[in-house]
Design a protein around this ligand. Structure first.
Ligand code: HEM
Length: 139
């Protein structure tokens, strides 16, 4: 097989596996390593955003990191069981506005862009987070 044909075959095979609809969202996010990278970038985004960081002034970052990784792993059908506080309990009393919720989602999107998550996969994760919105704002 000549080199060009071989390269073409490789590209087609990898394009197909990329669009493999049987892949779980967890796999598409890059499994544990990929989720860790997203959460790390997200925490940096929050740290650089005065408005959202204000909510996290008294937060233990290492716990937040661990629990968020676990939460994303769980909701993306990965092999984890989220054992942190439930979404209502943890966010009660924060009085998160709709605007601040949306802005936090923008920071997550920026984090996912930074680590190279495709928009198709980003949308799959966001679709699972969106229904949680009402459990968090104005409580
Ligand atoms: C769908 C969106 C969100 C998800 C999935 C989410 C998830 C989580 C998780 C898993 C934790 C850790 C819970 C634990 O420690 O047991 C947490 C904590 C926290 N979240 Fe959220 N969150 C979301 C949106 C937001 C928004 C919009 C804000 C504020 C603008 C926010 C502020 C916080 C803060 C400040 C903590 C730390 C609380 C503490 O220090 O004990 N979250 N969140």
């Amino acid at each position: 097989m000549n080199k060009l044909l071989f390269t073409t075959v490789l590209l087609v095979v990898s394009a197909c596996s990329h669009h493999n609809s049987n892949a779980s969202l967890y796999q598409q996010l890059g499994e544990q390593e990929g989720i860790e990278a997203i959460v790390e970038a997200f925490i940096n985004q929050i740290g650089n955003d005065e408005r959202i960081f204000a909510y996290f002034a008294d937060t233990h970052v290492s716990r937040f990191r661990d629990k968020l990784i676990l939460h994303f792993c769980d909701i993306s059908d990965g092999p984890c069981v989220y054992d942190g506080d439930n979404m209502v309990d943890i966010h009660t009393g924060m009085n998160i506005t709709e605007g601040d919720f949306n802005h936090t989602v923008d920071l997550l999107i920026a984090a996912m862009n930074e680590v190279g998550v495709s928009h198709r996969v980003q949308n799959r994760l966001l679709a699972r987070l969106a229904p949680l919105r009402d459990e968090m704002i104005y409580i």
